[in-house]
Design a protein around this ligand. Structure first.
Ligand SMILES: C[S@@+](CC[C@H](N)C(=O)[O-])C[C@H]1O[C@@H](n2cnc3c(N)ncnc32)[C@H](O)[C@@H]1O
Length: 503
């Protein structure tokens, strides 16, 4: 037996000694051949709704059960002032430091030592993921800040000098990555809703944002759940679900499962970029929840490049920035779109594989199209607007109003669709050769270049979907009527001016 198999066997016997119930129809399997590490397989046919295993809350690892929480009186309270990540990192690192002495040593032995998640990619490797926005979500700096907050101060407050030495930055990244890919957010049975500051108006103002970020007020505990975390994930093949009962956690089959089939959980409705970032693998041929992102910078470039070519590029950029700022500050949109707290001008817009274009993206493009088609009718006037905020404001507000009234009724103009497509094409062009990468049909031991190419190609597919399958629910109309409407006042003012000049 190699150490992989020995560790599995020791873990399996630990599970059978400690857990309330484990069905004989499931077994931990060695899936290294298909590059999935360990996983859970069905040994016999399993019917939908069958309980696969049940484990008591005493055997999950979190601040309430971990040795660090019991090391000295008051540790529970100190841990509760931290956020979920900080507290569980300290608790899990402490168990790892204890090694054989840890109550979870058989479990710790089956946790990974090597990682493919993005935190462990070099900067050259990360370059291969350009232009995906996933690069903005790696969080190395935040992790380093967290490390300097916890080590040495909190290790010492919790009474462990040894943990200061043990928890080097490299170990910290490993422990954090294990938590990222293995932990569950389990409701906290000890949570007293009365303690929740959001429920008490008097307390609400006293508790500042930082304090609210601590475990005390969360109502759940980030926890390591042995066996539940042996399940691999598949957004398309998911056939099991973990539910939380009062004193136990229960894994149940959500579909009929055939003998020999793998039992899959789902780690979240995540696109391949996020699956790679957090878990270090990708799904083939795609995740059910894939999306790409259309940055507002691409929208700006598209409008700046395609309109008002007779004006200086600086003026064109200023005009876009001011127009976008006015759309962002619009009181009318604020009131009309109560659900959209952040407004419609975002840093980027998610473009999903199999869903409609986000309504806020469509509305933004329709408003910009109405503004820019109007500007194009009189570039000199547009140049003047770039300098006069009040004049630009009243015109942009008119475009907002008229565009909103259309989009609200699922009507958009032909030019709006053209502009949306140009923005999407502009984004696709940023993917360079990844546009044509062929996603392999089956899993093999992908290197990081291949993993990056798969993520990029999945994003391109989402973008192409907009070009090829624009939702039919939108009626398309010619732009002329809308333009005439928004330009009515300008036309009247222009006519007045001409009249004056003639007399
Ligand atoms: C919660 S663990 C699942 C158990 C894990 N396979 C193990 O051997 O410990 C999550 C990790 O499993 C692997 N994994 C999960 N689902 C996978 C899949 N569909 N394909 C490949 N690897 C997967 C990834 O390495 C991921 O970081």
């Amino acid at each position: 037996m190699d150490s992989f198999a020995t560790n599995t066997a020791v873990f399996d016997s630990w599970l059978h000694r400690h857990y309330d119930y484990i069905s004989d129809d499931i077994a931990i399997a060695d899936l290294r051949d298909s590059h999935e590490g360990r996983g859970l397989l069905a040994r016999n046919d399993i019917q939908k709704d069958t309980v696969l295993f049940r484990l008591s809350r005493d055997h999950i690892l979190n601040i309430r059960t971990a040795a660090l929480g019991k090391l000295k009186p008051g540790n529970q309270e100190v841990l509760e002032t931290l956020n979920q990540w900080e507290a569980l990192i300290l608790c899990l690192a402490y168990e790892m430091m204890l090694g054989e002495e840890s109550q979870w040593s058989s479990y710790l032995a089956v946790l990974p030592e090597k990682f493919n998640s993005l935190m462990f990619w070099s900067s050259e490797e990360l370059e291969k993921l350009k232009p995906s926005n996933v690069l903005q979500r790696i969080g190395r700096e935040q992790a380093e800040q967290m490390h300097s907050k916890l080590v040495p101060e909190y290790c010492l407050r919790l009474g462990s000098k040894k943990l200061v030495e043990y928890l080097t930055i490299d170990r910290f990244h490993k422990v954090a990555s294990i938590i990222m890919s293995y932990s569950f957010d389990v409701d906290d049975p000890e949570d007293d809703p009365e303690d929740d500051p959001e429920d008490s108006e008097d307390q609400e103002e006293e508790v500042d944002e930082l304090e609210q970020e601590c475990i005390k007020y969360d109502g759940y505990l980030k926890s390591m759940v042995p066996l539940a975390d042996i399940l691999n994930s598949n957004t398309n093949l998911v056939n099991a679900n973990l539910s939380y009962e009062n004193d136990a956690l229960v894994m149940t089959a959500t579909k009929d499962i055939k003998k020999g089939e793998q039992i899959y959980n789902i780690y979240g409705e995540l696109p391949n970029s996020e699956i790679l970032r957090k878990y270090g693998y990708v799904e083939l041929p795609a995740s059910k929840y894939d999306f790409a992102e259309l940055p507002v910078s691409v929208i700006k470039q598209t409008f700046v490049d395609n309109y008002l070519s007779s004006l200086d590029s600086k003026i064109r950029e200023t005009l876009f920035d001011k127009t976008a700022e006015l759309i962002n500050d619009s009181d009318y949109l604020d009131e009309s779109l109560e659900d959209l707290e952040e407004g419609i001008v975002l840093d980027s817009y998610e473009v999903f594989a199999d869903a409609d274009v986000l309504p806020e993206l469509l509305l933004l493009i329709q408003i910009l199209t109405t503004c820019y088609e109007s500007f194009e009718t009189d570039p000199k006037w547009a140049k003047k607007l770039a300098r006069s905020r009040s004049e630009l404001e009243s015109f942009v507000n008119r475009c907002i109003l008229k565009s909103y009234q259309l989009v609200e009724k699922n009507i958009i103009t032909n030019r709006c669709v053209e502009n949306l497509n140009k923005c999407v094409e502009g984004r696709i062009a940023q993917y360079g050769t990844a546009q044509n990468y062929e996603i392999p049909a089956s899993y093999r031991d992908f290197d990081r270049t291949e993993l990056a190419s798969i993520v990029l190609r999945c994003e391109v597919n989402c973008l192409r979907n907009v070009l090829n399958n624009f939702p039919e629910k939108y009626e398309r109309i010619d732009d002329s009527k809308l333009l005439k409407n928004v330009l009515k006042r300008k036309a009247e003012a222009d006519a007045q001016k001409h009249k004056k000049q003639r007399t």
